[in-house]
Design a protein around this ligand. Structure first.
Ligand code: ARG
Length: 424
């Protein structure tokens, strides 16, 4: 074997596409392929995946267990940020891509490779996320995206695999395209491409159907500091175990199924099913805590930042200075997000049933309608006078100036006459 052959590091999953890619890159680019399998949290055994890469022709094959880095550098900040794309999708796939890109770039440097490769198609978001991240981290690297370059249908890839002795496992017959990590599963293709079709039960793996969930609720308590979930039921827990446990607990209670018709970066609307039990629980809990510790203005502004942050992640701009700006705000914004949230997991619902914080802004003596009320009721009259002053002035000058019929009808309801009138 020639030692001066160029090398490429391929993000390898063990599936049909990236297996075919090993052979295809060797033929098309005349490069040695190093397979890199990145564990972001899967229950799939990875030893057979590593071996399969070698059997398929890779010169070297390795696994990186990146779960901890994924949780602390990507998922925890996303929780602090309240990152739900279009208020719906917890971004499991999108958050994984910049980490995979970074590990590809690091591995290419360590192995003296001049290129990296990934198995993304030419119409999805993931190619954008990978390419933008790789170009940002090391613009000198060549990027090879076999699925974007070759003109093979899935059936043709299977024929190619058969002709090249690449083993096709049963999962290849799965009609869906699936991406999974500790933050959730993303499922698309097949019948799911019909937005009117209810997802068949077989798309789900980590969540029970609510009708099969236990008949008794499960109560849990999550403790936060600086907006980070650090305790479960009063006990400190590391991030990976926390998310694993919540996936099981919430998934068993039928929580975490999401059906999203989303706007892709490349202009396509697409329908995707997600399973993200732990993410749903953690976002709910975190949000409930923010409600009790944040002032109104901070809370309103945070919502805008959350939207920007989710778009930034979804759009693959992780390694941008815009992200740094957002992260700086969020770190500051989360300083007082400390406390405990109690949740009830029951038959597909995750409900917040209690929240408390040493820095709570909720003042019972101000809120109560019972004895012990300290709110100054009399002061309300003066406040209302001044608060309503501008609207009153405007009505006197501008509403009066409008001719009849010029009032936008929807804000001015018509008179409604009484029906039962009684006089003494
Ligand atoms: N729509 C999601 C995203 O853009 C997931 C993409 C990958 N989905 C999949 N089923 N392979 O982040």
């Amino acid at each position: 074997m020639g030692t001066d052959r160029k090398k490429v590091v391929l993000a390898y999953s063990g599936g049909l596409d990236t297996s075919v890619a090993i052979k295809w890159i060797q033929e098309k680019y005349d490069m040695d392929v190093i397979a890199l399998t990145i564990d972001l949290g899967t229950d799939k055994p990875l030893k057979p995946v590593v071996e399969k890469a070698i059997k398929t022709g890779a010169i070297k094959s390795m696994v990186i267990d990146a779960r901890e880095v994924f949780v602390y550098y990507f998922l925890f900040p996303a929780i602090q940020a309240g990152a739900l794309y279009e208020r719906t999708y917890p971004l499991a796939t999108a958050l994984g891509r910049p980490l995979i890109a970074k590990l590809l770039v690091d591995t290419a440097a360590a192995e003296g490779a001049c290129a990296v490769a990934h198995g993304c198609t030419g119409k999805g978001n993931d190619q954008v996320r990978f390419d933008v991240a790789i170009n940002t981290l090391d613009p000198s690297l060549q990027i090879i995206a076999p699925l974007r370059e070759w003109n093979m249908t899935r059936d043709e890839s299977m024929v190619y695999a058969r002709d090249n002795d690449i083993p096709i496992d049963v999962s290849t017959k799965n009609p869906y395209s699936i991406d999974e990590n500790i933050w959730g599963r993303s499922i698309e293709c097949g019948i799911l491409e019909d937005p009117w079709a209810e997802p068949p039960e077989d798309v789900y793996k980590i969540t029970k159907n609510a009708k099969d969930a236990p008949d008794d609720p499960t109560y849990i308590e999550i403790g936060f500091e600086n907006g980070l979930p650090l305790a479960l039921n009063g006990q400190e827990v590391d991030g990976v175990s926390l998310i694993d446990k919540l996936n099981t607990l919430a998934g068993d209670n039928g929580i975490g199924r999401i059906d999203h018709l989303e706007n892709r970066i490349v202009g396509i609307k697409s329908r995707e099913i997600y399973e993200s039990p732990a993410a749903i629980v953690l976002y709910k809990a975190h949000q409930a805590l923010e409600e009790i510790v944040m002032t109104k203005e901070t809370h309103r502004f945070k919502e805008m930042v959350s939207t920007q942050y989710s778009d930034m992640v979804y759009n693959g701009l992780w390694f941008s200075t815009f992200h740094q700006d957002l992260a700086a705000y969020i770190l500051s914004n989360q300083r007082f997000v400390v406390g405990t949230v109690r949740l009830k997991l029951f038959k597909g619902n995750c409900t917040v049933v209690g929240r408390k914080s040493p820095l709570s802004l909720y003042d019972h003596s101000l809120a109560t309608y019972d004895a012990g009320d300290t709110f100054e009721h009399n002061a309300a009259t003066g406040f209302i006078k001044i608060f309503g002053l501008a609207t009153k002035t405007q009505a006197q000058i501008q509403l009066k100036a409008l001719k009849k019929g010029e009032v936008i009808p929807s804000i001015m309801p018509p008179k409604v006459n009484p029906t039962d009138v009684m006089e003494k």
